[in-house]
Design a protein around this ligand. Structure first.
Ligand SMILES: *[C@@H]1O[C@H](CO)[C@@H](O)[C@H](O)[C@H]1NC(C)=O
Length: 265
């Protein structure tokens, strides 16, 4: 009994003294091969093969039935992406992008790019609760989610131990669609072919975050994109939760604190 109390006190004590950084990890939806994730091959500028999705994802009025999870921090529709230096949205090409952190990842050096689509009831309840919390005026129940995670990924040309961990969660019910971007830990912004220093992963043309529907009208660049400030993205938010950005994208709406508009740029 005394041992049990000692254990409980120790557990509570540890929970109370946990470092603040741990709060970011709790934003992340569960990921890993033990969760049923598929890992992208180790390949610089690589991608998944085409992923057929079981519930269509509506992106500004167009329904998509497949997508690609690209190593360089982008989910794309219609075509895979190997471009490693980001361009600002809107892009000239009509390939829709969801870009949690578009930059020159090299998963050969370190880290993994993982994804799964899910209709697991517990996970969908969590997704539904998150959407209902951040978009209270929209009646919504999730029937599908895709979780793509860049777990401890290095940058091209790295001569450091710096790695980034971030995630994009697509949440949909066939008609309504949402993007959730979660930033656990961001330590670098740029690969050396985009102008970074090998030892810092900083400088040059830094990462771009946001989305581009491909129609030249509906897109969003998260503030700090392609500037050194993007390193601090895990401290920013549009939904009062640092490290998380959320958007409704079946038609243009951003988080609870922002007015509806066609274009925020
Ligand atoms: C993209 O798709 C093309 C055609 O299917 C394939 O040849 C190429 O290797 C793919 N690129 C990546 C980055 O996976």
């Amino acid at each position: 009994m005394e041992t049990l109390w000692a254990f409980l006190l120790l557990t509570v004590g540890l929970a109370l003294t946990s470092p603040v950084e741990n709060s970011k990890a709790s934003l992340m939806y569960p990921y890993g091969t033990d969760q049923g994730d598929t890992k992208n091959p180790k390949s610089d500028d690589g991608a998944s093969s085409e992923i057929t999705i079981t519930v269509p994802f509506t992106f500004y009025g167009k329904k998509y039935h497949s997508l690609y999870v690209n190593n360089n921090g982008v989910i794309s529709f219609g075509m895979n992406v190997s471009q490693y230096t980001p361009d600002p949205f809107p892009l000239d090409r009509a390939t829709p992008f969801v870009a949690p952190y578009w930059a020159d990842v090299n998963n050969v050096i370190s880290g993994d790019v993982l994804w799964r689509q899910t209709q697991d009831p517990a996970l969908l309840s969590r997704a539904t609760a998150d959407i209902n919390l951040y978009f209270p005026e929209i009646p919504f129940t999730s029937t599908w989610a895709l979780i793509a995670t860049w777990d401890h990924v290095a940058y091209f040309g790295s001569a450091s131990k710096k790695v980034n961990t971030f995630q994009a969660v697509l949440i949909a019910n066939g008609e309504l669609s949402f993007i959730m971007l979660n930033y656990d830990d961001i330590q670098w912004t740029t690969g050396i072919a985009s102008g970074a220093k090998p030892r810092t992963g900083l400088g040059g043309t830094p990462a771009q975050a946001g989305f581009d529907s491909g129609d030249k009208i509906n897109y969003y660049n998260i503030p700090g994109s392609r500037t050194p400030d993007i390193l601090k993205i895990a401290e920013t938010t549009n939904v009062r939760t640092p490290g998380r950005w959320m958007f409704q994208v079946d038609e243009f709406v951003t988080g609870v604190t922002t007015e509806k508009s066609d274009c925020l740029e």
